[in-house]
Design a protein around this ligand. Structure first.
Ligand SMILES: O=C(O)CCC(=O)C(=O)O
Length: 400
């Protein structure tokens, strides 16, 4: 900790005392589970394995063991390795557009910059967004502290492929799969019936309240971004939200921990993927770049703007906007010098409403590009075909 700089804990008490009423009731009786922003219900869960196919290895423990070469399980095929792909250098020659949200809510010029970012990049960084920077830093540092707890403490939150909720180190249950260089913690916030605060870390002190307040503010931010995005398509400001099923949205958090890696050129922190849900609001590590966004045939390394969120479109947003807003592939690279922490909040449609291009955006010249499907069905589709790159949404498009 730097001398003279306030520690996040100094903010914690102030922040927590100002939101005593923010946490809703928990539902430890919930029969539903969740994975990677995909909330599974009882029907889906009944098909899932209750244990991992191999013993779980914590990537952080591997990193801290002082190894100088990474186990084969983490080595990507040559064509997928960062060393063999075109990346724009750090600092990037082209960085994500930076959008002033308050400006975009009031001024046409800023609003259209946001719309252009959604069309051209599928990504932007948002500043002047209304979420308290102290809360953002406290949330990130609280999670960093969680990952630095002794292993036994973290193991009490160990997850299973049945619900995915908790402390995890792999996605998917394919035996022998090549793994990513990261650990994570996954939790559910909305709908309230899926929330189980008893499964959230109880350390550092007041952390559950902090997670609740952070979640509340990020979900509010998601709703505001949706309104500007709607107006930008010449739609009423609540139109995209209605297409997602109204205010009954889903929201879940995946906290990623990327330990230092002795051979970062051979592996990835997170493999290329597009997000299956609606919008993602990512709080990156201010000091350590790692997120790369596919632009043409190059990977652009994002330079995080301090206290900004990185917002990206998920597949459901691409569908409701009839392909005007684009869900873009992204991945994470790791490095040998510094660990990295990021908080990805997934803002998803209600799971049982039909998701389809909104009718105002379907014309003779631009017919509906995607079939109608609930988010629930989309998840099943992913579960059958697997999660890889943009293959799900692209293959739906080709069925039209
Ligand atoms: O860590 C990051 O910057 C991005 C993480 C991500 O893409 C994810 O959690 O889906």
């Amino acid at each position: 900790m730097e001398q003279g700089k306030p520690h996040y804990r100094d903010h914690l008490i102030t922040i927590c005392s100002s939101f005593s009423s923010s946490s809703n009731s928990s539902s430890s009786e919930s029969t539903e589970g969740r994975t990677e922003g995909l909330c599974l219900d009882r029907r889906e869960m009944s098909n899932l394995q209750s244990s991992w196919p191999e013993p779980i290895v914590r990537v952080q423990a591997l990193s801290e063991s002082g190894i100088s070469s990474i186990p084969e399980r983490y080595i990507k095929p040559p064509s997928d390795r960062p060393e063999n792909q075109r990346s724009l250098p750090i600092p990037g020659a082209a960085n994500l557009p930076v959008i002033d949200l308050l400006g975009a809510e009031g001024k046409a010029e800023d609003a259209s910059a946001l719309g252009e970012a959604c069309r051209e990049w599928g990504f932007f960084q948002v500043v002047n967004h209304g979420v308290s920077p102290e809360l953002m830093r406290a949330a990130r540092e609280g999670w960093r502290e969680f990952f630095h707890l002794p292993m036994e403490a973290k193991q009490s939150y160990a997850n299973s492929p049945c619900t995915y909720e908790g402390y995890g180190s792999r996605l998917g249950v394919q035996k022998g799969a090549v793994l990513d260089w990261s650990d994570y913690f996954f939790l559910h916030y909305l709908p309230p019936t899926l929330r189980d605060e008893a499964k959230w870390p109880s350390f550092p002190p007041h952390f559950r309240e902090l997670i609740g307040e952070y979640s509340k503010q990020v979900v509010e931010l998601g709703g505001r971004v949706m309104k500007v995005m709607s107006r930008n398509l010449d739609l009423p400001e609540d139109r995209l939200q209605r297409a997602f099923g109204g205010h009954d949205v889903g929201a879940c958090l995946r906290v990623n921990f990327y330990p230092k890696c002795p051979q970062p050129d051979l592996t990835l922190g997170v493999s290329p993927h597009s997000d299956p849900g609606g919008l993602t609001l990512l709080l990156p590590d201010d000091n350590v770049p790692g997120l790369q966004v596919l632009r043409g045939d190059s990977w652009v390394t994002v330079e995080p703007v301090p206290d900004a969120f990185i917002v990206n479109m998920g597949d459901q947003m691409e569908i409701v906007s009839n392909g005007i807003y684009r869900s873009i592939e992204h991945r994470v690279i790791v490095n040998s010098e510094k660990e990295r922490v990021s908080l990805a909040y997934f803002y998803n449609p209600k799971s049982d409403v039909p998701i389809e291009p909104v009718e105002e955006l379907v014309t003779e010249e631009r017919p509906a590009l995607y079939p109608t499907m609930t988010f629930y069905e989309y998840r099943l589709y992913i579960r059958t075909k697997g999660l890889s790159g943009k293959s799900q949404v692209e293959s739906l498009k080709s069925t039209r």
